[in-house]
Design a protein around this ligand. Structure first.
Ligand code: PEP
Length: 267
């Protein structure tokens, strides 16, 4: 058994918001607001592609990391409108969100395209934040578990144990994203645990799956973050709307600072 400690991660998905000046100001306010804090989680800001460089500049010299919201699986070529992994690395990004429900819903992302992007991101040293989660209709038809298991299984297709250990997952029930309807914390923790137990199939030593960080996303806010982050299983948040205002995002980070660092063996 390993004593590896799972990271707490607070990631902000800015979606299609912020111009460069606004992005730079928000990132600078977050860097200033986290300075000197103890027990900080890993903080990841995921602005639109056009703001990556200004956010990287604002975060320079701080522990704040920068991520993109999508990535193509090819390195270059005639793929108009796409962004390749080396381009993200070139901009200073170290994370990338893959398989967000809005990409699945509006831009043709599927369980077939997700693993290609995951593998490409890993090949270039980017940390994928892989999003999984059920639609409202699927939840109402008691399909949450099979849907999530299928998405997790697909995402790790063809990956080695070593590669899977570099992933971060985010359980994001689609009905909770941007709706203000947060998943009840015990239920969120149950599905987060299901993500990890699904990963067991990929490891010879099943306990190793306990090392993979799994976040919760879906209307996480300054009001509900404390309760969600109090769940041992939940290793942090992927936050949309509430990551766009420095004060609210900093409040969520403050709640994360109070989390004890859990040993993967105890989680
Ligand atoms: C998201 O975009 O991943 C998300 C969870 O959004 P929100 O926090 O606004 O629900």
């Amino acid at each position: 058994m390993s004593d590896k400690v799972r990271k707490t991660i607070i990631a902000g998905n800015w979606k299609m918001n912020k111009l460069r000046k606004e992005a730079s100001e928000l990132a600078s306010a977050l860097v200033a607001g986290t300075k000197g804090k103890e027990n900080l989680p890993e903080i990841v800001l995921c602005p639109p592609f056009t703001c990556l460089d200004v956010v990287v500049a604002a975060a320079k010299g701080s522990p704040v990391k920068v991520g993109a919201q999508n990535v193509d699986h090819r390195d270059s070529g005639a793929f108009t409108g796409e962004i390749a992994p080396p381009m993200l690395v070139d901009c200073g990004a170290s994370y990338v969100i893959i398989g967000h429900s809005e990409r699945r819903q509006f831009f043709g992302e599927t369980n077939q395209t997700v693993p290609l992007r995951v593998k490409a991101a890993l090949n270039h040293g980017l940390t994928p934040i892989v999003c999984v989660g059920e639609l409202l209709d699927e939840r109402e038809n008691e399909l949450t578990d099979p849907v999530v298991k299928r998405q997790v299984g697909a995402a790790v297709t063809g990956l080695t144990e070593e590669e899977i250990l570099k992933l971060v997952f985010a359980y994001e029930p689609v009905w909770a994203i941007g709706t203000g309807k947060v998943c009840e914390s015990k239920e969120a923790a149950r599905v987060v645990a299901l993500v990890r137990s699904t990963l067991k199939a990929s490891f010879q030593n099943k306990e190793t799956a306990e090392q993979v960080p799994v976040l919760y996303g879906g209307s996480m806010s300054a009001k509900n973050a404390e309760e969600l982050l109090a769940q041992d299983e939940i290793d942090g948040g992927l936050i949309g709307g509430a990551s766009l205002k420095a004060d609210e995002f900093l409040e969520i980070i403050n709640h994360a600072c109070k989390r004890p660092r859990l040993s993967a063996t105890k989680a």
